[in-house]
Design a protein. Structure first.
Length: 318
């Protein structure tokens, strides 16, 4: 994985093979039970004891170092300024394409970090809840661009993260239903001053256009203390998306409440063609135009191979 351009001599990342990264686990204990892996992994993803041991336990150890160092710096700054602030959570962003396995990574990290001593409070929020409702997207002609930056209520998301960082309690986030493919009216989740918050979404590392007048323009990643980008080659992502679509056709799409219920009767050939069309029209365009360009902004990049296992890890140099 080459993060440099041909003109660059300096690579801002240290690249580790799977074997090199696994050795960095040191004595970090395995705190997950065998029965938990099925609950934590997404439908089409792969997660087993070896993947957690080789990839996620070293990452948990690294994050413990980052969180501790940030906490000590925060305490020193408070003492220097002679102020008393509310508790400020450590925020981790998880980004990457549709179907790459962001949800699995986010849930595994939440489970591992919540079992550190002395049991920090770790919450998880996905940016799906900050999508505009379908009625708004249809009115604005954005239904075919769902998941693109313009399909999110960015002011609401920024306000949410600002309140979290300010230590306000509780802070509410809207709820999104993948079954009905829409925001659930009058339903919220409450985030009440966690020690660590994981924010997962395709475009969480997106930047805005810089203003010519130099005024501050906040972006979502301004609130992150650490960020992870899950990466894979485009043909691999497309194959994973098609396989997931076929699996959903045989399961969730059969629910009459499903937004995609009409696809439940498709044959394998029809379902594959439909999935590829959706991928190319929406997800590939979003990947190329909005998601992949943000990869170099991540603190850490997990590069997956076709069998879903992480093959390399890139860590940004300090």
């Amino acid at each position: 994985m080459d993060i440099r351009t041909t003109e660059q001599q300096y690579n801002p990342y240290r690249i580790f093979t799977r074997e090199q990264w696994a050795r960095l686990r040191d004595d970090t204990p395995m705190t997950l039970e065998p029965g938990e892996f099925e609950r934590l992994r997404s439908m089409h993803d792969r997660l087993d004891m070896l993947e957690v041991e080789d990839i996620y336990l070293p990452l948990s150890r690294l994050l413990s170092i980052y969180v501790d160092a940030t906490h000590r710096l925060y305490q020193a700054q408070r003492q220097f300024l002679n102020i008393r602030d509310r508790k400020v959570p450590y925020i981790i962003g998880v980004a990457g394409s549709v179907a790459v396995g962001k949800s699995t990574t986010a849930r595994v990290l939440q489970a591992l970090l919540a079992r550190w001593s002395p049991r920090p409070k770790v919450d998880l929020v996905t940016t799906d809840g900050f999508l505009f409702p379908n009625a708004v997207l249809e009115r604005q002609g954005l239904m075919q661009k769902k998941g693109f930056p313009e399909s999110y209520d960015l002011p609401m998301l920024l306000s949410f993260l600002s309140d979290i960082k300010a230590g306000r309690r509780p802070v509410r986030a809207p709820v999104y239903s993948h079954l009905v493919y829409d925001i659930v009216p009058n339903e919220w989740i409450e985030i009440d001053r966690p020690d660590i918050l994981i924010v997962e979404g395709v475009n969480v590392l997106q930047t805005g256009r810089l203003p010519r007048d130099g005024k501050a323009v906040p972006v979502v990643s301004d609130f992150f203390d650490f960020s992870v980008y899950i990466d894979a080659e485009e043909p691999v992502l497309r194959e994973w998306y098609v396989r997931r679509f076929l699996a959903l056709r045989d399961t969730a799409f059969h629910d009459p409440k499903s937004y995609f219920h009409r696809y439940a009767v498709l044959s394998d050939e029809e379902a594959t063609a439909t999935a590829i069309a959706i991928w190319e029209r929406t997800n590939l365009a979003n990947l190329e135009d909005n998601i992949l360009p943000t990869r170099p902004r991540a603190t850490l990049i997990l590069k997956k191979r076709a069998d879903h296992l992480v093959e390399t890890v890139a860590l940004r140099r300090l």
